[in-house]
Design a protein around this ligand. Structure first.
Ligand code: NAD
Length: 474
């Protein structure tokens, strides 16, 4: 594929104007190694410009009504819908996501989320009364939106949609590997009546721009999605400055199959969830927990499903798994699998062999079993297409095992009795639990316990992260 010219960018967006910069970074297609895009490498000086533009724009934008914010967000939805095909193509090109995943989980979901915030902006009162007080729900100020490479558009939508609905202004810092979708998002922003400076874009190095944004005195909220390691640094700096940091970090989520679950449904669904986006999904169910008497059956079903998944060209509609995002990510995933094998794990499907005919950063859909309890492969995030199968003795043991990780982002419970599943869900120390494959709900708060983060995204609760209260007694 020849990259469209408008994916070759050298600009930052500050105060509504694209400004050229002399240094750029290439964007690689992880399936082919081709250079498919280019982004400006913004500097600390650009952080000052962008934050100043966001502060200036905040004066008027922060005083808009919910209806006005809603109308602008609806315009953004329309502008994004108009370029849906290009957003999908860019997601395939920069992330390596298979087309069906790029359409549904990346682009359509992102647009749906912006739309949900248009509704929240319209319907959430900015003033409420309690007793002799008027409670003013006010915008928190300038929000730095720092996003990772695994779902670049979705992550952006969750942050920017909520921030704009709350009357905040924003500075976007996309991941180095995947800036194209964020450029296209900003193109859409510029087609709307959103005032100049409400959305600013600074592509470039996280280690340069991240601290400059986090530590900038005029940034009120840092909304960060990424690794727990970097999240700690963001949280530390924000804490020092007493500013809010919303941290959406890693996960190691369990899919718990109770003894009466329909394994023919639950096991393949768990494998599919673990492998979604080539396993580069923070909320992926990467652990399959089954009663010990049904362990062999679960391993057989899981490996059968993993073997049936098609790994290949992300532009092909029959592809289930594309490449991982980078060479580095591939090596890191292979090292995690090799380590588990050295410690005695058995490969039930997949493994670390290269896939003939595929030169990109591909890894096989892998299922590991016969792992010692507490082995790092069952507790640490791998962020690749790797599922581990673990046995539990009884339901108390299942809950203890599911909670035996430092993360707590997502999870699943499967049972013939949904109420019994709900009782187990209520004991899992995690931010989201799906029972029997229930659908993702973009209005439900999303975020983590423990090392999976602080705060929530999506829905009214996500919107609240970007507001401050002033209580006026009268
Ligand atoms: P990362 O932490 O390396 O980078 C995330 C973003 O932070 C990037 O834009 C990066 O440039 C920037 N950054 C780097 N150093 C920084 C610093 N010192 N200060 C501020 N920003 C800095 O993560 P990644 O490798 O891009 O993404 C993968 C990770 O993200 C995984 O661990 C995954 O679980 C996590 N993730 C979590 C969620 C969630 O909602 N909980 C969603 C997606 C991804």
């Amino acid at each position: 594929m020849t990259a469209p010219q408008n994916w070759m960018r050298d600009t930052v967006l500050t105060g509504g104007r694209w400004e050229p910069r002399s240094t750029t970074t290439d964007v690689e297609n992880p399936a082919t190694g081709e250079i498919v895009g280019r982004a400006a490498s913004a500097t600390v000086a650009d952080v000052n410009l962008a934050v100043a533009a966001a502060v200036a724009a905040g004066t008027d934008w922060g005083r808009t009504t919910g209806k006005q914010r809603s109308a602008a967000l609806e315009e953004l939805v329309a502008a994004l819908r108009d370029r849906r095909d290009e957003l999908v193509a860019a997601t395939i090109a920069e992330v390596g996501a298979p087309i069906t995943v790029a359409e549904e989980a990346h682009v359509d979901l992102a647009i749906e989320i912006i739309e949900s915030f248009a509704v929240i902006a319209r319907d959430t009162p900015l003033r409420e009364r309690t007793g002799n007080s008027v409670l003013l729900r006010r915008p928190a100020g300038v929000v730095a939106c720092i996003t990772p490479w695994n779902y670049p558009l979705y992550q952006l939508a969750a942050k920017v949609g909520a921030a704009l609905a709350a009357g905040c202004t924003t500075v976007l810092k996309p991941a180095e590997l995947t800036p194209i979708t964020t450029y296209l998002f900003c193109d859409a922003v510029l087609e709307t009546s959103l005032p100049a400076g409400v959305v600013n874009l600074l592509p470039g190095s996280g280690t340069v721009l991240g601290p400059a944004l986090t530590e900038h005195p005029d940034v009120a909220v840092v909304s960060f999605t990424g690794s727990t390691m970097v999240g700690r640094q963001v949280g530390r700096s924000a804490g020092e400055l007493i500013k809010r940091a919303c941290l959406e970090l890693g996960g190691k989520s369990a899919s718990v199959l109770l003894a009466d679950a329909d394994f023919e449904v639950a096991v393949p669904a768990t494998v599919d969830a673990a492998m979604l986006n080539s396993g580069q999904t923070c909320s992926a169910w990467t652990r399959l927990l089954v009663p010990q008497e049904r362990y062999d059956e679960a391993v057989t079903l899981a490996s059968k499903r993993a073997d049936a998944l098609v790994v290949g060209d992300p532009n092909d509609r029959s592809t289930d798994l594309g490449p991982l995002v980078s060479h580095k990510q591939r090596l890191s995933v292979l090292a995690a699998v090799d380590g588990a094998i050295e410690r005695g794990a058995r490969v039930a499907a997949g493994g670390t062999d290269p896939i003939p005919g595929l030169d990109g950063h591909y890894v096989r859909a892998t299922v590991l079993c016969d792992i010692k309890r507490g082995d790092p492969v069952t507790t640490e995030e791998i962020f690749g297409p790797v599922l581990v199968v673990e046995a539990y003795r009884d339901e108390d043991d299942a809950v203890a095992l599911a909670n035996a990780t430092d993360y707590g982002l997502a999870g699943a419970v499967w049972s013939a009795d949904a109420e019994a599943a709900l009782e187990i869900a209520a004991r899992l120390d995690t931010g989201q639990v799906d029972i029997n494959g229930a659908l993702f709900n973009p209005l439900a708060p999303f975020g983590g316990w423990k090392l999976s983060g602080l705060g929530r995204e999506l829905g009214v609760i996500g919107f609240e992260e970007f507001t401050e209260w002033t209580s006026v007694q009268m």
